[in-house]
Unconditional design. Structure first.
Length: 371
């Protein structure tokens, strides 16, 4: 039985959900923000959702089964699944196997931890709207790519970046001075911080929309950068197409992917870098990362232990020497510092000290002179 129904969203709660659960007034508040803000924002930004079950609404199913995806020990040590969208519910040919409808599955309130770890009502009210707007982008993306265009699902890394972008713009819809901005955007910002702590260990081009927080952070930062560079219409173009991954980005931006990802890598270092005026192609226009992370470090040094997480290896002149593994779409950062009037030197980029990098891996060395 539906517990709260709006023009676009219907909320159902598992009949076996622990008591007392979410109150009627809390459900009405959730339904209102889903229906009047998040549904509209995601559909305007990314595209349309299907209605294969012909019920005219997207179902939000708050079910015990999501809580049970992790044990209490796993939840307390590694976190939990707040909710998900399952493509099999919409995939052609799977209607008799799965639930044949537009469904967002969510944890239920469980204040005493009878199913897994405890989830108080206040936590559900805080986390569920953020998770909904994230997973709803995944749903729209699947519908547009597979059901509308007849193509393949979007590559996981780009799909995840777009969903983290959905969280951020949901927060921005309240205004950046409103507490809701932090509620929705802090997850993406935290994940981006994790990526910048160790970019050389973190690939951008993950094969599915799963992975470490750092991988998710890379996806968000890249998506945020290309939207800043190419405009707010870009997410809709990326979703409403048969193209996927790097080819999709290249087609919608009109710029080779290698060039875009290289400029993004530089933008991560020069974002509001003191004493340096970054050219427009190396700018995030919506964030000043050093300012943002510096403020978070001051207010929360446990979760943000240093003022700016990206700390390149520092070398001088001919002493520059760094080795390691480069992951696809990412890389190591290095600063080569010389005094004014210092002697020129040659920088070699190779598989080792004597062998060139195989062209099959498409190696890139990108250099930016700061002063």
């Amino acid at each position: 039985m539906a517990r709260a129904v709006g023009a676009h969203i219907a909320i159902y709660i598992d009949t076996l959900a622990p008591a007392p659960g979410i109150s009627a007034s809390e459900l009405d508040s959730l339904q209102t923000v889903f229906d009047t803000r998040l549904y509209a924002l995601d559909t305007v930004t990314f595209g349309h959702v299907s209605d294969i079950d012909t019920n005219t609404v997207v179902i939000v199913l708050m079910t015990n089964q999501v809580n049970k995806l992790v044990t209490t020990a796993q939840c307390n040590s590694s976190g939990y699944v707040a909710g998900f969208f399952f493509p099999g519910d919409l995939a052609p040919g799977f209607s008799t196997t799965y639930n044949n409808g537009e469904i967002f599955y969510s944890v239920v309130a469980d204040s005493t931890g009878t199913l897994s770890c405890a989830h108080k009502n206040s936590e559900i009210n805080l986390v569920t709207p953020v998770t909904f707007t994230h997973e709803f982008q995944h749903m729209i993306n699947f519908v547009e790519h597979v059901l509308v265009k007849g193509g393949d699902p979007e590559d996981g890394w780009l799909d995840e970046g777009l969903s983290k972008y959905a969280e951020e713009i949901a927060g921005r819809s309240f205004g950046t001075s409103d507490p809701h901005f932090s509620q929705y955007a802090i997850g993406a910002v935290y994940d981006g911080y994790q990526y910048l702590l160790a970019p050389g260990d973190t690939p951008l081009l993950i094969p599915a929309d799963t992975g470490t927080l750092a991988m998710v952070g890379a996806s968000w930062l890249f998506t945020r950068y290309i939207v800043d560079q190419f405009g707010t219409a870009l997410p809709g173009k990326l979703v409403q197409t048969t193209l996927t991954g790097a080819a999709n980005v290249a087609a919608q931006t009109g710029q080779p992917f290698a060039e875009t990802v290289s400029r993004w890598a530089l933008a991560n270092w020069v974002s509001d870098l003191p004493g340096f005026s970054a050219p427009s192609e190396l700018q995030y226009t919506s964030w000043h990362l050093r300012t943002t992370f510096g403020g978070l470090h001051t207010n929360d040094p446990r979760d943000f232990p240093i003022a700016y997480p990206l700390v390149p290896t520092l070398s001088a002149g001919s002493a520059v020497n760094i080795s390691g593994t480069l992951w696809s779409g990412s890389g190591e950062y290095m600063r080569a510092v010389q005094p004014a009037g210092g002697a020129e030197f040659t920088l070699h980029f190779g598989a080792n000290s004597t062998t060139a990098v195989s062209p099959a891996v498409v190696p890139r060395l990108v250099v930016l002179r700061i002063r």
